[in-house]
Design a binder for this molecule. Structure first.
Ligand code: PLP
Length: 341
């Protein structure tokens, strides 16, 4: 596709073919050179461990075309570290941080013409992926691995400003186990969430808000985003071993501190929902996604946080602050963005 054919302002969060992807293979006990490919396909052994035993992990990060025309990649090192943790959690070969960053820079540079212009609200989504490629019939880890990084221009989550959504709780579904893989980003977690996610959609909710899988007493996370709440001058977010440590959440906690707020990272009992001024989901796709109501499908209880569907002032402030850093509109005092040469 020619970049002139892309309607930047109307992109959604979906796949658009770009020029190149980059690949790196671990074989004979070492990572090879970074390869550039213009194919959207990978040759794969029919008995590869990624196909049979779920040896697959991925990441998601973004590059932005700033106000000054420069390209900024947001907190790439954090994704590199989480990618290592995910690999370790599936007995895969971890990709060294520096190699991860080199691959990200390369795939962004090679597809520079697909980085949406400043002012459109769109950005370039970067999707690193690791798979076990050795054939195995018995359950055991591969010896060889492949990392692929692809990119796609994606639109802003909220086109016409914030739109608060309703979410639901159901004790019928868990996406992860208490001592399972919830804290790493592996495909199996998402496969396991599809039935619950579709059920939430069918009932008119944007996502399922999961309770902790052990006791079902505490809030865990929202589909593919962390949960946060605001009460008085405090930013509250669940501490749980079964949620993904979100890089957006980590950034919002820092921005909340910068704004003079208190930050609490702790278990959040379900009943505490009644006391919050604002709640939302946070992640790379939307930054902050405000939630107006939580419906407990098992008890019938409705927690109404924003009766008139307006978005709270703290959510707006945190959202604007993070976006301004990503677009180069405000100083990046924490050194979160890498400017591409
Ligand atoms: C399960 C889950 N939780 C939270 C997040 C948000 O994480 P981040 O802010 O790093 O995108 C994601 C998205 O990556 C996710 O898949």
């Amino acid at each position: 596709m020619k970049e002139t054919e892309i309607d930047w302002s109307n992109l959604t969060f979906s796949y658009t073919k770009t020029d190149y992807n980059v690949r790196c293979t671990y074989k004979d006990g070492k990572w090879g050179e970074i390869e550039v490919s213009d194919s959207e396909y990978i040759p794969l052994h029919i008995a590869a461990t990624c196909l049979h035993y779920g040896q697959e992990s991925f990441e998601g990060l973004k590059a932005f075309r700033g106000k000054d025309g420069k390209v900024r990649i947001f907190r790439m090192i954090e994704n590199a570290r989480r990618f290592i943790k995910s690999a370790e959690g599936l007995k895969m070969q971890p990709l060294p941080e520096e190699k991860f960053c080199e691959m990200v820079r390369k795939v962004v540079k090679l597809n520079e013409r697909f980085i949406p212009p400043y002012g459109t609200g769109a950005s370039l989504y970067i999707r690193p992926l690791e798979i076990g490629i050795s054939p195995r019939v018995g359950v055991s880890p591969a010896t060889d691995y492949m990392v692929v990084m692809l990119v796609s221009p994606v639109g802003p989550y909220f086109k016409a400003g914030f739109k608060p959504t309703k979410v639901c709780i159901s004790r019928e579904y868990d996406r992860v186990a208490p001592k399972g893989t919830g804290a790493i980003k592996v495909g199996g977690n998402y496969g396991a969430s599809l039935v619950a996610g579709e059920k939430a959609h069918e009932l008119g909710y944007s996502v399922m808000l999961y309770l902790d899988p052990k006791e079902k007493k505490y809030l865990d996370e929202c589909g593919a985003a962390n949960f946060y709440a605001i009460r008085d001058n405090t930013y509250i977010t669940p501490a749980s071993e079964s949620i993904l440590p979100s890089i957006t959440n980590k950034s919002l906690r820092q921005l909340a501190l910068d704004l003079g707020m208190k930050v609490e990272e702790r278990q959040v009992p379900l009943e505490e929902l009644e006391t919050f001024d604002e709640i939302g989901a946070c992640g790379t796709a939307a930054v902050c996604s405000p939630v107006s109501e939580v419906h407990d499908l098992d008890t019938g209880k409705k927690y109404v946080i924003s009766p008139d569907g307006t978005v709270g002032p703290v959510t707006i402030k945190l959202y604007n602050k993070l976006r301004a850093i990503q677009w180069g509109e405000e100083p990046d005092v924490h050194g979160w963005c890498e400017i591409l040469d």
